[in-house]
Design a protein around this ligand. Structure first.
Ligand code: AP5
Length: 218
């Protein structure tokens, strides 16, 4: 399966991509995670990306597209992949289509997680992430057994620098201005499935596997 997950910040793209990639044994490629790793490692790319991310703006296409196309060459994508957070604008979508065409591979389905603003704000303000293994929690919806400590690896949980109310507002604005038009782009290619991102994560996973199952069988 080759899947694109579209949706506003906090729609649950990362959460679903994690479960789906385990279920189908396919690579989970999250541009936000790749960029945060570059920032943490203080690489040249990380240094350039850091300020854009802190402010909730998109990192320039010239940096992101190259990074994703290179990541798609990794052998772990042979069995398929889920793109989470990419593409983020029409230019990225076109470059992705061209890059995949060169590799003679096609996206099977783009899933748009339609999510209400009220849900988004509650989710992002309560999100916590493990510094070591990057597992994602929520102080109310997905709390760790011990406050501030990762269930999986015992690592410290932290709040992302862009998960504050001012930057969340900015990210939502950028999403509306740059990313929302991708819904029509993929609808036009007859590759769009719309799911509600507002529902319980396990229920959503179940719904999505049903849709993918039909796609695989077709
Ligand atoms: P990125 O990391 O991609 O952030 P985002 O798109 O804003 O998405 P999020 O990670 O905030 O949300 P999500 O939908 O993955 O939700 P999650 O599953 O964590 O990007 C960050 C920055 O990097 C950008 O602002 C930009 O600067 C840069 N960037 C990244 N990609 C780029 C690109 N292509 N081009 C240019 N710049 C780029 O869930 C959120 C919370 O809700 C969690 O706490 C979770 O536990 C909880 N939750 C999830 N699902 C449910 C559910 N169904 N029910 C209850 N709780 C749930």
């Amino acid at each position: 399966m080759r899947i694109i997950l579209l949706g506003p910040p906090g729609a649950g793209k990362g959460t679903q991509a994690d479960i789906l990639s385990d279920h189908y044994n396919i690579a989970h490629i999250a541009t936000g995670d790749l960029l945060r790793e570059e920032v943490d490692n203080d690489t040249a790319l990380g240094q350039k990306a850091k300020e854009y991310m802190r402010k909730g703006e998109l990192v320039p296409d010239s940096l992101v597209i190259k990074m994703v196309l290179k990541r798609l060459e990794n052998p772990d994508t042979k069995n398929g992949f889920i793109l989470d957070g990419f593409p983020r604008n029409i230019n990225q979508a076109r470059e992705l289509s061209a890059g995949l065409k060169d590799k003679k591979i096609e996206i099977d389905l783009t899933v748009y997680l339609e999510t209400s603003e009220e849900v988004i704000i509650k989710r992002l303000s309560g999100r916590r992430i493990c510094r070591s293994c990057r597992a994602v929690y929520h102080i109310v919806n997905v709390p760790p057994k011990v406050e501030g400590v990762c269930d999986r690896c015992g690592g410290e949980l932290y709040q992302r620098v862009d998960d504050n109310s001012q930057t969340i507002k900015k990210r939502l604005m950028v999403y509306e201005q740059e990313t929302a038009s991708l819904i029509d782009f993929y609808k036009g290619l007859d590759k769009l499935y719309v799911a509600s991102g507002d529902i319980d994560a396990q229920q959503l996973f179940h719904n999505l596997t049903e849709v993918f199952g039909k796609k695989i069988a077709a």
